[in-house]
Design a protein around this ligand. Sequence first.
Ligand SMILES: [Zn+2]
Ligand SMILES: [Zn+2]
Length: 330
Amino acid sequence: MRAGIFHSGSNHPGNWLVIKDVPIPKPQPGEVLLKVIACGVCRTDLHIVEGDLPPLRPRLIPGHQIVGEVVAGATPELPLGTRARVSWIGGVDGNCWYCAHGMENLCDRPVFTGYSVDGGYAEYAAVRADFAYPLPPALDAIHIAPLLCAGIIGFRSLRVAGVEPGERVGLFGYGSSATLTLQVLRCWNCEVYVVTRNLSRRQAAREAGATWVGDEDARPPVPLDRAVTFAPAGKIVVDALASLRKGGVVAINAIHLDQVPAFDYDKLLWGERQIRSVANMTRQDARDFLAVARDAGLRPPVVPFPLEDANRALGAVKHETESGSAVIIL
Ligand SMILES: [Zn+2]
Ligand SMILES: [Zn+2]
């Protein structure tokens, strides 16, 4: 099969992956084999191929927003021919303290699709059956793929921030995940305040119904109840914190962040303001978000790339050159 391979330690910016033929994976007991239809491209993929996240294996097929068709290893829940989805959490041990307390996103021995195991930048992917879920036939694969990480993690960020309907919520950074998050917030009748340094993204946020939009040095004109940061820059966490009312929460939606600058506790954190990180997702987050997405009619703008152009797709995410989510189609 054709696959995009990342070799750990290779350092070729812009040419992170080698596209080549490799054997089709054999599903192990408990796994199904998917013929990949579409795989979303996430900023986390970029962190992996750029070395921001430590390599876990010498040779890796990235990609963790997979829609595919079951072609082997079928189960009663996933009969042959079923279209199924797989996301970043590709498995947990089920018996650590976190799994036992409803926090499988923090599992001590997790499987990460496209990071600790091969993912979906390939014609086929073997995935754990208990982390693959059937998709209704009506939903088209290309528009579902970006929901499977960007969408779910954005949704989890709103949960971690404790967003209630009608609140004032800041989004700091406005890429694929923030775009989907804004749509959910609009459904909840929240006022959305968007801060991004990118001029065309500011325009996009305005068109998507943001209450207020500003560049990175601007401050929202009112104190915010909640904020979610999306850009991998420590500075914006402090900016977000400075925009909160007392008791407000900043949720950091980033698996990797550069240094957070020192900040004034008395002014910025005192008053029971909180900073929380958002780590991974649970299967319940995925189910809940996809139900919200269906009810809200979420249909993210997408930019399709053939597998042979996977490096170009990663470049588009890196430089935010596209106005939609990059999706690799097989
Ligand atoms: Zn566990
Ligand atoms: Zn992701």
